[in-house]
Design a protein around this ligand. Structure first.
Ligand code: FAD
Length: 460
């Protein structure tokens, strides 16, 4: 063995950074192995660049609201190169921030691809390093969507938009999910003609129906064409762009587009040496308990590697990183799955945490639901952001909040309040009594809770 540590973290992304800093705070000698860019997918290719693009898209959307208030921008130009340059600077700045934190804490950053080679042993760049505990934080990898023509050069994933000089004039975004919806809106706002095509009947099949139908309506109003229930997609090369042919409700439909975008990722379980420590990945990801322990003693796993795509969120990875680090260092912590929020930075934003009414019922709860539309919220009316709602799902017997679902301006900020309510096991009554400041959209969180109790104040 060439070097010894207390903790080796494999992967310097959202989960790995949090896990390494927390381990170091608790006194560990830590090494982080990163084969690509520090900050991982989140900082370099996911949350940060796409969050940034969504801010730019929102500003473009806000111009329509500005017009209602008498502020008219007679000409608007959109320069993707400027946006990308700002993005690059932003990411470089954040990366430097992580380097500084690592430097301050004397966390060793080892460049290269790591592979496990037995309990507490890791091979990297011809070196063998060891530690009492290893935290696996290697994230996810791209998967090709399953359709004929999926390997044509015109079929791309979200990474394409990090550097593409020009955006496609016509674009098919294939598959639902949060990041597909974001990309569809970004392209639409920057001038592309966009079709969002899903096999399911909804772009977010697992989310609350009330939220999904409002999102679908908003996207269509903005000019995005939604095609649901598509089957048998075939993409063929044409002299200019590609032709996408599919069956939609027993009728063949054909679209001529320049690019097809698919965003599908799966846990990056390949070639990690997991067999050397007896960890199986039959589920397609590394299974962990709520302490983030794998089946192999001393090996922890966090973030995207530990679950299916619908659970791939940066805040889950980093929260799990802290839990793993604390358990490694002798504390006793668990990750509270109930408080894992889901978010989409579209306009309007979508955010949810916990169970939908349907899920709660299927789990045997006698579920009660309350909703407060933002059309009845003062701030919503003031800002012309009336198209959303807050929906609260609770257990009727004890009033415990089981889920909160939101669509509207700032929903991704507001969902933090719901996370807190669920984590603290609050009841409808407690949530309904919170005097949220006025005028804010948050007032609708309390109003939705009161609605579930049949005591909404401002709803007809
Ligand atoms: C388009 C898009 C937008 C997104 N936007 C958001 C968002 O707004 N909010 C949100 O919460 N989530 C978002 N996500 C999801 C988010 O990016 C991931 O959930 C998050 O990055 C997971 O963190 P992680 O630490 O598990 O993995 P990562 O951040 O992917 O980090 C893993 C790191 O491990 C490294 N690595 C892999 N294998 C090895 C090895 N063998 N040796 C050494 N290093 C290795 C990789 O290079 C990588 O740097 C988005 C995803 C996509 C696709």
């Amino acid at each position: 063995v060439d070097e010894n540590y207390d903790v080796i973290v494999i992967g310097g992304g959202a989960g790995g950074v949090a896990a390494s800093i927390r381990s170091s705070q608790l006194g560990a000698k830590v090494a982080v192995v990163e084969e690509n860019k520090l900050g991982g997918f989140c900082m370099n290719s996911g949350c940060v660049p796409f969050g940034h693009m969504m801010v730019a898209s929102r500003i473009l959307g806000d111009l329509a609201v500005a017009k209602e208030m008498g502020i008219v921008c007679s000409s608007v130009s959109k320069d993707v190169a400027t946006l990308q340059n700002r993005q690059k600077e932003l990411i470089a700045f954040m990366q430097q921030g992580v380097r500084t934190l690592f430097g301050k804490r004397k966390i060793a950053l080892i460049a290269g691809r790591a592979r496990l080679s037995g309990a507490g042993r890791v091979e990297v760049g011809g070196k063998s390093i060891s530690a009492k505990a290893v935290i696996l934080a290697v994230g996810a990898q791209w998967v090709k969507s399953d359709f004929v023509g999926n390997d044509l050069p015109e079929v791309v994933h979200s990474g394409y938009f990090l550097t593409a000089k020009d955006l496609p004039t016509r674009c098919l975004v294939y598959g639902g999910g949060p990041w597909s919806v974001e990309v569809a809106q970004y392209l639409n706002r920057f001038g592309s003609q966009v079709w969002l095509v899903t096999q399911e009947e909804s772009v977010l099949p697992e989310e609350s129906k009330a939220v999904c139908s409002r999102l679908a309506k908003a996207l269509q109003t903005q000019g995005i064409s939604l095609i649901a229930g598509s089957r048998d997609l075939t993409v063929r090369k044409k002299s200019k762009g590609v032709e996408a042919v599919m069956m939609v409700k027993d009728e063949e439909q054909s679209l001529q587009v320049d690019r097809v975008i698919t965003i599908r990722r799966t846990a990056a379980v390949m070639d990690l040496g997991l067999e050397t420590v007896g960890v199986n990945v039959k589920a397609g990801f590394v299974q962990v308990n709520e302490r983030m322990e794998t089946e192999s003693k001393g090996l922890y796993a966090i973030g995207d590697i530990t679950g299916p795509e619908k659970r791939h969120y940066s805040h889950i990875a980093s929260a799990e990183g802290v839990v793993a680090a604390e358990n490694v260092m002798g504390l006793s912590r668990v990750f509270d799955e109930r408080a894992a929020a889901r978010i989409i930075f579209t306009s309007p934003q979508v955010a949810s945490v916990g169970l939908t009414g349907k899920e709660a019922k299927s789990m045997g709860y006698e579920a009660v639901t309350g909703a407060a539309p933002l059309s009845m919220n003062t701030f919503g009316m003031m800002t012309a952001q009336t198209e959303g709602l807050v929906e609260v799902v609770a257990d009727k017997r004890y009033g415990e909040i089981l889920g909160v679902h939101m669509i509207g301006h700032s929903a991704c900020e507001m969902i933090g309040q719901a996370v807190l309510a669920i984590q603290q096991e609050m009841t409808l009554e407690e949530l309904g009594q919170i005097p949220f400041p006025h005028p804010t959209l948050s007032e609708s969180v309390a109003e939705a809770a009161r609605d579930a109790l049949g005591a909404a104040i401002y709803l007809p």
